[in-house]
Design a protein. Sequence first.
Length: 417
Amino acid sequence: MQTSNYALIFPFTRSGERMKQTINTRHVRAINQRTILDAIYQHPDGISRAELARSLNMSKPSMADNATALLDIGIIEEIGEDANTGKLGRKPVLLSFRSDFKYIATIDFYLYDTYFALSNLRSEKLNKFKIQQTPMTDFKLWIQMCANAISVLMNAQNISSDNLAAIAISLPGIINPEEKKYIVSLKYGEFDMAYLEDYFQTHFHVPVLIRNSTNAAALGEFYYGAGKNCKNLLYISCGQGVGSGLILNGKLYEGSHLASGEFGNFLVPPSLPGEKPRKLEDRISIEGVLSAINASLPDSVLQKLPDGETTVDFSSMIELWKAKDPYIRSFTHKTFSELGWAISCLQSVIDCEKIIIGGEYLAFAEEMLPTITQILHETSSLPVEVAVSDLWNTGGTLGLIATCQEYYFNKICSLEG
């Protein structure tokens, strides 16, 4: 594909005026470079310019020009001659992606833990750890702790902020970085979006990308997990919160206000006259289910709790469920039924090809998955496969890495401002 300046000229409009449409050659060049970069990325053992030109249907001069630009940037390199061509004469030089050209730092926030990771540009994690926290940790202290954790990761690999492509952070709730708006349940603590972004940009001097936790996990499953071969994917997270991430036509769909997927806000009809509808999340999240369980705890369950405990927490709920306690099982059956009905409604609207379940309720996958699958087969005209997450609590981190990759590759090729 040539990158020289040219225009498309249409003889006349309906009003008889000539119309000229100029193609932005800079944008064409950027698209070509991104296409070449992606192709080289897909060949870890290297690929020649000639093979790239053939596979991408691009002219050799255009290929040479754009490959040179990427070489000058430093994100690709020449790694020697191709000894496997079987041809006589000069061997073609192979181009290879430089995984260590830059690095990506991620912060994946959960209610009781925050996960930190450092990876290269090929999504290979170089170091990772988690730090436990109380849900209402002081926000500014939490930010300082996160900054210290990122510094520890970088120091362990002997890299500086200049080596970072970006820092990505995932948080629960509705996130709109452009308008500095953040809406989240108070159980997660007080978050100041503008302060968070400014703090990390000032401290590390790199772009800071903030993404909804469930959307990050959906991207992780799409690129690296159970949804790798799907074009339209619905990811459901249920546990501390209830939410969904939606991949449509191979891209994350976030909605007009970056607020899509908040299906925990579905209203559930009241069960008694005079009651108000309740949000689905209030009913089936861990907090809501434990509240219902402990409201009328029978002696048969109290006797099974560890000494000194008078209420069921999530850990003891799991153990009682494993022991097939009928009282606990009645709540899990009700919870997963309500979740299944809500998913069925979503599927009727979206018509995705696969549904992936993640979150803390994976501890009950043995019961949850068959329950949801049965409801979909009974209520949906086009039931689809329901699968558990391949990645568990690493999905969010991998989704954040993918977010940074996409941002940085576009930036390198001048597709991102």
